[in-house]
Design a protein around this ligand. Structure first.
Ligand code: AMP
Length: 308
C-alpha cells in the first residue's frame, strides 16, 4: 500500500445538461479524485483551498471517507472556486459558462508533513504553478507523479504547464485537449509529442469512446462501458484519475501490465460518476457495485480467437 497525495480544486459547480440543471453543488477535481480513490481504502490526503462559503458538511463528506483534509485551507473571508458548464446534446462536449478562481487565485498550497513522502502524487486539475509548488514540497521524490489538466490552463498558463510536464511520469488528458496541446489531429502523433514534453505514460481519455494508454511503442485501449443512462459527465475525467491513482496506490505495482489495470479501474469508476448529477453517484457507491461492474468490463472485452 502506498500513500496518495492529491492536489486539485474543491469547488462549487453549476451544471446544465439536456436532462436538467443544478444550482451550486459540490464539485472540483480533487473532490472527484478523492472520492474515487477512497474506494480503494488507501491512505490519502487532499491539498486545496475553499472559501468561508463552503459548507462544513461538504468537507465532512471527504473526511468521513478517511481522506485527510488537513491540507484543505479555509479562507473565511474568501469565496470558493466556482465553475459552470453546459453540455451539448451528445453529452461528450460542453461549453464552460464561467470559471471564477476566487480563493484559488492567491492559493499558497501546503503539503501536510505526513504526506511529504507520499509515493503516489496526483496533481489534479488546477493552476500548473500550484501543481509545481506541491511537487517541490515533496521531501522524497514520489515513485509516480500523475498530472491532469485542461484547456483552460493551456489557454492561460501554457509556459507553466510545459515546466511541470517535464517533471511528471503520467499525464491524463482528453482527446480534444491532447490535440490542443500538440496541434496534431492524430492521437498517436499527439501522444508521441506529449511524451517528448516529459511524461513516460500518456493516457488519452475519449469520453464514451474509452481511453488509450501510450508507453514507448506500446498502446493499450480500454473501452468505456456502454451505459443506458448518461446523466452528467462532469467529473468523469477526475474520477478516472482517482480510480487510476487509487488502484496504483493500493497495489504499489508500477509495471506497465499493472498500469493497464489501473486504466480499467479508472474507466470503471468514471462509468459510475456519469450516472447522476455531480458527485452524487460517487457518494453512494459500494465496493460490491464496483466489483460487479469490473466483471461486466471483463465480459465486454474478453474474446477468444484462434489465430492459425
Ligand atoms: P471534468 O469533468 O473531469 O473535466 O472535471 C470537472 C470538474 O473540474 C468540475 O467539478 C470543476 O469544478 C473542475 N474544474 C473546472 N474548470 C477547472 C479549472 N480551470 N481548474 C480546475 N478545476 C476545474
Amino acid at each position: 500500500m502506498s500513500k496518495l497525495l492529491i492536489v486539485g480544486t474543491v469547488a462549487f459547480d453549476a451544471i446544465e445538461t439536456p436532462f436538467g440543471q443544478t444550482d451550486k453543488i459540490l464539485g472540483g477535481a480533487a473532490t472527484f479524485i478523492g472520492l474515487a480513490a477512497s474506494q480503494f481504502k488507501v491512505e490519502s490526503a487532499i491539498v486545496s483551498v475553499v472559501g468561508g462559503d463552503f459548507p462544513k458538511d461538504y468537507l465532512r463528506l471527504l473526511s468521513d471517507r478517511e481522506i485527510d483534509i488537513s491540507g484543505i485551507e479555509v479562507i473565511e473571508s474568501g469565496k470558493t472556486f466556482f465553475w459552470s458548464g453546459r453540455y451539448h446534446n451528445d453529452m461528450n462536449t460542453r461549453d464552460t459558462l464561467s470559471t471564477e478562481l476566487n480563493v484559488l487565485a492567491k492559493f499558497d498550497p501546503k503539503v501536510p508533513v505526513a504526506y511529504k513522502n507520499a509515493e503516489i502524487l496526483m496533481l489534479g486539475n488546477l493552476h500548473p504553478k500550484i501543481q509545481k509548488q506541491v511537487l517541490d514540497q515533496m521531501e522524497v521524490k514520489p515513485k509516480l507523479t500523475i498530472l491532469d489538466t485542461m484547456n483552460f490552463w493551456m489557454e492561460h498558463s501554457l509556459d507553466e504547464l510545459h515546466l511541470i510536464l517535464k517533471e511528471v511520469d503520467v499525464i491524463t488528458i482528453n482527446d480534444e485537449e491532447a490535440r490542443q496541446l500538440t496541434h496534431e489531429y492524430s492521437l498517436v502523433v499527439a501522444a508521441r509529442k506529449i511524451h517528448e514534453m516529459g511524461p513516460r505514460y500518456v493516457v488519452i481519455k475519449k469520453g464514451e469512446h474509452g481511453a488509450l494508454l501510450f508507453h514507448d511503442e506500446n498502446v493499450f485501449f480500454a473501452p468505456a462501458l456502454p451505459l443506458e443512462e448518461v446523466f452528467d459527465p462532469t467529473g468523469a475525467g477526475d474520477t478516472f484519475a482517482g480510480g487510476f491513482a487509487g488502484f496504483l496506490a493500493k497495489t504499489s505495482d508500477l509495471t506497465f501490465e499493472n498500469i493497464k489495470n489501473a486504466v480499467i479501474y479508472g474507466s470503471t469508476m468514471a462509468s459510475f460518476c456519469v450516472e447522476k448529477f455531480g458527485a452524487e453517484r460517487m457518494l453512494n457507491l459500494t465496493g460490491d457495485q464496483v466489483y460487479k461492474r469490473l466483471q461486466q468490463f471483463k465480459n465486454l472485452t474478453q474474446f477468444e480467437i484462434e489465430l492459425s
